[in-house]
Design a protein around this ligand. Structure first.
Ligand code: B12
Length: 214
């Protein structure tokens, strides 16, 4: 298999080959490959690791290891994917992973891509109480709220967070756009949670954010 084979990075991540994954990223970048494609292959690897965890083939340690490999790969790839826009485009976003959920890799990618688009991002981190999100929104007056949720058990926290934030911002002249992201998110969940937009990929998420603000 050549280093530029599409299956390569996905397979290396699934095989928990940290050194191999990172040198494949380096080598393939050196041959001029698109960092977006490489990131997508890494993400596909994470998806497979998740499935193998679900089927009992892998344990939580594999999720931790894969997460660490992905984080290091993303550290190399993200700076190459970002185009900084002029400061006059600066807008503000408040971002958090919902209560009960500690996944932050996808959220952090969204934060990086938003910052590269000129957003000032207030990142509240993971496992964030709805009340804290609502209070921060009132204090910071962002142009958009972004919530990450990877666990299906987090969907109620998602809804609770958005409901509470809507109550706190009911007097605003314009409705605050809320975008939600995560592998298990779809239109049904967005409707249930009263979100304005949703995504399963940060690049799409940024496009959704931008269209909601136009
Ligand atoms: C790595 C990982 C972990 C790591 C997380 C490390 C970290 N620092 O984040 C650790 C080991 C901590 C972990 C723990 C657990 N995990 Co886990 N984990 C994963 C795994 C394999 C990958 C997630 C990931 O990072 N993907 C890569 C990133 C880039 O993709 P992403 O998160 O989807 O993000 C993208 C988009 O969704 C979007 N996005 C995400 N958020 C946002 C926000 C905004 C604003 C925007 C615009 C976009 C956006 O942009 C991102 C970039 O494109 C997934 C499998 C999967 N298919 O997702 C399981 C998975 C999410 N985990 C799962 C489970 C069950 C758990 C545990 C309960 C396991 C356990 N028994 O302890 C715990 C829960 C802990 C908790 N309370 O949160 C399940 C959830 C199943 C379900 N139905 O709810 C999954 C789906 C695995 C599976 N198939 O069973 N996990």
């Amino acid at each position: 298999m050549t280093p530029s084979s599409a299956a390569d990075l996905t397979g290396l991540i699934v095989g928990m080959d940290q050194r191999g994954s990172l040198s494949a990223v380096r080598e393939r970048l050196a041959t001029g490959e698109d960092p977006r494609r490489l990131l997508e292959e890494c993400r596909a690897g994470m998806e497979q690791v998740g499935k193998m965890f679900e089927s009992g083939e892998y344990f939580v340690s594999a999720l931790i290891m894969a997460g660490e490999i992905f984080r290091q790969a993303a550290d190399m790839l993200l700076p190459l994917m970002t185009v900084t826009e002029s400061p006059q485009d600066a807008r503000k976003a408040v971002i958090a992973t919902v209560k009960g959920d500690i996944h932050d890799i996808g959220k952090n990618i969204a934060v990086t891509l938003l910052e590269a688009r000129g957003f000032t991002v207030v990142d509240l981190g993971v496992d964030v109480e709805p009340e804290r999100v609502a209070r921060t929104v009132v204090a910071e007056r962002p142009d958009v709220l972004g919530l990450s949720c990877l666990l299906t058990s987090g969907f109620e926290a998602l809804r609770e967070t958005i409901t509470l934030t809507r109550e706190h911002t009911a007097g605003w002249e314009q409705r605050l756009p809320v975008v939600i992201g995560g592998t298990a998110i779809d239109q049904r969940i967005a409707d249930h949670a009263d979100a304005d937009g949703w995504c399963t990929d940060a690049a799409d998420g940024i496009a959704v954010v931008q269209s909601l603000m136009e």
